[in-house]
Each structure stands twice: as structure tokens, then as C-alpha cells.
Ligand binder design. Structure first.
Ligand code: HEC
Ligand code: HEC
Ligand code: HEC
Ligand code: HEC
Length: 371
């Protein structure tokens, strides 16, 4: 029996209003296990570890990956991949939406989606921005600043944002006491510094981790922490964070310090995960494609041949209670793709290939629209 429930979130009854669509909590540790359990690792390596049949999924870091890129790449390559699986006698994995969210978190933690940095210039920057004045690699040089090999935040980009926010005020005071000028950072500079610090043998034990929550409490936190006092109107953050990486956001948190007159509220790890899942992750998985353009993609790519009206064993789309995000549509692809491919072959339709990630974003906007 088919488990339709597993495909996405059932929001029947909410469909008529512009519902707040769910973000599924993902965790890179679970994703790493899944990557092995579902045998992806037999063919793909991540940063050098694993099989060589498919691409190293950690090495394609410099292509500005987002979930939309991941989805369109997996969709476009799927038939070839399934062929390789058949040849290797590997069963097509049964990915759930939860599993897709975990895999995404795993790829993110492998720096799949962040821009690659330049370790050499990061080394110079670490000194010229005065970081090295207080932070030794294995020792604290001043002010009780933790040594780099103890930075949890080096292994988890959300903790980096949290630390850059929580400590920036204290660090600013420490800078002032020492008569040092506050150092403004750019995203590129911090990225290079992080690339340098992560390349050191002393920090290799820190590993890497990424997890997001549903973000359901985020709006309330945004208010209770006072962010909303300044961030409304032209300073509202929705959409401003859309194309930013977490490193970019960490830099904004750091650069924020001189703007704060009083001691700013601090965040616990979990609060920061909630806030960022609400402010950032939601924009990333629902990038707000155009419904009208999505409808065009739907007919140009011949999805409509089966799904408009529901022929060839396919369900009518859009109009189902299931809502897709950039991440969960991957699960639908994996669960239904092989059957869909057989039907397409029988109907003489070739496997549609998306020309750009934007097409996927538009298509999702259309699939989620109420018809
Ligand atoms: C039997 C081998 C095999 C297995 C198992 C496998 N893949 Fe692949 N994968 C491939 C091949 C081969 C390609 C390239 C297909 C092509 O060139 O069209 C590919 C392509 C991809 C791509 C597109 C890469 C890009 O950026 O162009 C992604 C993403 C991907 N696979 C993810 C996965 C995930 C996640 C799993 C596990 C759930 C998985 N693969 C399991 C062989 C495999
Ligand atoms: C004047 C001394 C000083 C300088 C210079 C300094 N820091 Fe810090 N840093 C601190 C202190 C003190 C803490 C711990 C703050 C606390 O516990 O509240 C800290 C904590 C941190 C943390 C959190 C580490 C963790 O536990 O995960 C990060 C990240 C960080 N600093 C980055 C930087 C960067 C990047 C620079 C250079 C741009 C820098 N710091 C320059 C004093 C300094
Ligand atoms: C005292 C007013 C004030 C408060 C309170 C405040 N901010 Fe800001 N924030 C600013 C200003 C001003 C900017 C700069 C906007 C720009 O560069 O255009 C900014 C920028 C940012 C940015 C970068 C946005 C971008 O467009 O690049 C982020 C992220 C951010 N703030 C998050 C927060 C969070 C989270 C809180 C609550 C913990 C917060 N801010 C509280 C005034 C404030
Ligand atoms: C030749 C017919 C055919 C075409 C063309 C087709 N599909 Fe499908 N699709 C199916 C069938 C059949 C299923 C159900 C597969 C199963 O039972 O596992 C399905 C399932 C799906 C699902 C799973 C969700 C659900 O409730 O059915 C999604 C999402 C989907 N298709 C999207 C698309 C998109 C997007 C396109 C165009 C890029 C497309 N399909 C083109 C036949 C087709």
C-alpha cells in the first residue's frame, strides 16, 4: 500500500488561506546516517569520503547551491541515477520529507551551500582584524577569550550567529578597554577567516553540524527580544535575508554591536535556531516563485499531460492538501519518480529537465497554489 501521508504535510482546511507553510526540522547527524543507510555513499563521496560513481557532493561547493539547486540537480539527473542504481542492484531509497530535510542539513553542514573561502587570506585577516590578539589557536591570549580549538561555533553555523551576537557587545567593550578600534567585517572576510581556522589540524576534531527547527516560535522571539522595535517598515528582515548565507548573517550580528546602546538581550542556542529557522530557513525553502510562471513550466515541461485532470495514474495537481517546499519535493521525487518515469516512457514523454533552479521555485509556487 502506498503511504500518501508520508509525502508532505497535511494542511487540509488551512489550504484556503495563505497558510504559514511548515518548515521541517532537519539535523545533519541524522542526515549523515541516512546518506549511509540509503546507500548514497556507495556512489557519492562528501568531501572525499565515499564512492566515486557520482559526483563528490561536497566538492560542488562553489556553485552557489541552495535547496532549489539541489532539487533541480537531483531531478535532472534522476533517470541516470536510477539506471546506475539498477545496474548496481541498489534499491531506490524511500526518502521521507523528514529524510530530505535531514539530508539537506547534512549537505549544508558539509559547507555545500556556503561560499568557499580562501584560507591564505583568512590567515592574514585573522591577524589584521586583531582576532589573534585575544584568540590563540590552542590558548587564550587575553580577556578570557576562548582558544579557537574550543570554538563550538566553528562547527555549527547557527552557533556562530548566536556567538557573534551574544559576544559582540562584550567584545566591543573588551576592544574599548584595550584602546583598540572596533573591526567591521564583511561576509567575504569572515568566510576567509573561517576557511583558515577550519583548515587547521587543531580544529579538525570539531566536526561539523547543522540543524534547523520548525521556526514556529520565531516570530514571538523576534518581538520579545526587541528586534522588531527597529526591524519593521524599511528595516523589516523578511526577504532581506533570502540570499544570505549564515556566515553573512553572523557578520551582520557582529557589525551590529556598535548600534546597540544598552546591553542587548542574549540568545540561547535553541532560541537562535528558532529565530533563524523562522527568518532565514523559511525564505530558503519557500523562495517565493511566481505562480503564473510556474503554471507555464508545468505545461511546457508536460507535467500537465498527466497531472492536469489526473490521467496516466497521476493525481490532479495542484489542488492537493500536500504542500511542497524545495526540500520536501525531493522526497516526492524519490518516492514516485521511478513509477513516473515508467509512465512517461509509456506515454512517449521524455523526462523533463529544468533549465534553472528558478523553474523549480516557480513550479513549487504553482503546485502549492489553491486552484
Ligand atoms: C548507484 C549509484 C548512485 C546512488 C546510490 C546515488 N546516486 Fe546520486 N548520482 C549518481 C550518478 C551516476 C549521478 C550523475 C547522473 C547524471 O550524470 O545525469 C548522480 C547525481 C546526483 C546529484 C546531482 C549532482 C549535481 O549537482 O549535478 C545529486 C544531488 C545526487 N546524485 C544525490 C544523491 C543522493 C542524496 C543519494 C542517496 C539518497 C544518491 N544520489 C544516490 C549515482 C548514484
Ligand atoms: C579584545 C579581545 C578580543 C578580540 C580582539 C576578539 N575577540 Fe572574539 N572573543 C573575545 C571574548 C572575551 C570572547 C568570549 C565572550 C564571552 O564569553 O562572552 C570571544 C568569543 C568569540 C567567539 C565565540 C567562540 C565560541 O565559543 O564558539 C567567536 C566566534 C569570536 N570571538 C570571534 C572573533 C573574531 C572573528 C575576531 C576578530 C574579528 C575576534 N573574535 C576578536 C575577545 C576577543
Ligand atoms: C537599535 C535598533 C536595532 C535593534 C534593536 C536590532 N537591530 Fe538589527 N539592524 C539595525 C540596523 C540599523 C541595521 C542596518 C540595516 C542596513 O544596513 O541597512 C541592522 C541590520 C541587521 C541585520 C542585517 C540585515 C541586512 O539587510 O543586511 C540583521 C540580520 C539584524 N539586524 C538582526 C537583528 C536581530 C536578530 C535583532 C534582535 C536580536 C536586531 N537586529 C535588533 C538596527 C537594530
Ligand atoms: C506520464 C505521466 C506523468 C508526467 C508527464 C508527470 N508525472 Fe508526476 N506523477 C505521475 C504518476 C503516475 C505519479 C504517481 C507515482 C506513484 O504512484 O508512485 C506521479 C507523482 C507525482 C508527484 C507526487 C505527488 C502526488 O501526490 O502524486 C509529484 C509531486 C509529481 N508527480 C510532479 C510532477 C511534475 C512536477 C511533473 C513535470 C515536471 C510531472 N510530475 C510529470 C505521472 C506523471
Amino acid at each position: 500500500m502506498r503511504l500518501w501521508l508520508g509525502i508532505g504535510f497535511c494542511v487540509a482546511g488551512m489550504a484556503a488561506q495563505a497558510a504559514v507553510l511548515p518548515v521541517i526540522a532537519g539535523d545533519s547527524n541524522r542526515g549523515a546516517k541516512l546518506f549511509e543507510a540509503e546507500q548514497c555513499i556507495k556512489c557519492h563521496a562528501v568531501n572525499g569520503r565515499g564512492g566515486k560513481v557520482g559526483l563528490d557532493l561536497g566538492r560542488v561547493v562553489n556553485r552557489g547551491y541552495t535547496p532549489a539547486h539541489l532539487t533541480s540537480a537531483m531531478w535532472n539527473h534522476a533517470p541516470t541515477m536510477w539506471g546506475a542504481m539498477e545496474a548496481a542492484k541498489i534499491e531506490t531509497p524511500q526518502l521521507t520529507p523528514q529524510g530530505a530535510a535531514d539530508l539537506f542539513a547534512f549537505f549544508y553542514s558539509a559547507r555545500f551551500f556556503d561560499k568557499p573561502g580562501e584560507a591564505a587570506s583568512g590567515k592574514a585577516m585573522f591577524e589584521s582584524k586583531q582576532c589573534g590578539t585575544c584568540h590563540g589557536i590552542t590558548d587564550s591570549r587575553a580577556e578570557g577569550a576562548p582558544p579557537v580549538d574550543k570554538w563550538e561555533s566553528l562547527a555549527d553555523p547557527i552557533l556562530l550567529v548566536q556567538q557573534m551576537w551574544n559576544h559582540s557587545f562584550r567584545m566591543r567593550q573588551a576592544f574599548a578597554r584595550r584602546g583598540m578600534q572596533w573591526q567591521v567585517l564583511t561576509g567575504g572576510e569572515l568566510n576567509d577567516i573561517l576557511a583558515y581556522l577550519r583548515s587547521l589540524p587543531e580544529t579538525s576534531g570539531l566536526g561539523s553540524h547543522f540543524s534547523n527547527t520548525s521556526g514556529a516560535e520565531g516570530e514571538q522571539l523576534f518581538a520579545s527580544k526587541g528586534c522588531v522595535n527597529c526591524h519593521h517598515g524599511s528595516l523589516a528582515l523578511e526577504n532581506r535575508l533570502k540570499n544570505m548565507t549564515l556566515t553573512d548573517i553572523a557578520v551582520d550580528m557582529w557589525n551590529h554591536a556598535p548600534r546597540m546602546l544598552q546591553t542587548p538581550p542574549t540568545f540561547t542556542q535553541n532560541e537562535m535556531r528558532e529565530l533563524l529557522s523562522y527568518l532565514w530557513m523559511r525564505q530558503l525553502v519557500y523562495p517565493g516563485g511566481s505562480i503564473a510562471d510556474g503554471q507555464k513550466v508545468f505545461s511546457e515541461q508536460k507535467c500537465s499531460a498527466c497531472h492536469a485532470g489526473g490521467t496516466n495514474g497521476a493525481r490532479q495537481l495542484p489542488g492537493q492538501a500536500t504542500k511542497y517546499s524545495e526540500v520536501t519535493i525531493i522526497a516526492a521525487l524519490w518516492r514516485h519518480g521511478p513509477q513516473m518515469l515508467r509512465r512517461m516512457r509509456a506515454a512517449g514523454i521524455s523526462w523533463p529537465r529544468f533549465k534553472s533552479p528558478q523553474e523549480v521555485a516557480d513550479l513549487i509556487a504553482y503546485l502549492n497554489s489553491v486552484q
